[in-house]
Write a protein of this length. Structure first.
Length: 105
């Protein structure tokens, strides 16, 4: 499997959909499905009946997964950029295509 261009902990910008332009941190990555969960983005509400565990019930808000193609890594100024891999000091590292900056890690 190829190295992931977008990983948990990355700051990303949403490129399309109802949350286009929003920025958030990747909470979870699902490589098998090519999806990521971004904090505060693509929030869905689910109505829950009262149960033994939560006697109150109510509306549960939760982030739903987004396809990886709909998000891009954010540069320092918050603009989207593509990711490229380079060999630096004998290590394969992620680099922002727009600025040439190293992406954390």
């Amino acid at each position: 499997m190829a190295a992931a261009k977008i990983r948990k902990g990355d700051t990303v910008v949403v490129l399309s959909g109802k949350d286009k332009g929003k920025t958030g941190e990747v909470i979870r990555s699902i490589p098998k499905e090519s999806k990521v969960v971004v904090s505060g983005v693509n929030v869905h509400a689910r109505h829950r009946k009262p149960t033994q565990q939560s006697p109150q019930g109510g509306i549960e808000r939760k982030e739903a997964p987004l396809h990886i193609s709909n998000v891009a890594i954010a540069t320092a100024d918050g603009k989207p950029t593509r990711v490229r891999f380079e060999e630096r000091d004998g290590k394969k590292v992620r680099v922002a295509a727009k600025t040439g900056d190293l992406i954390n890690g």
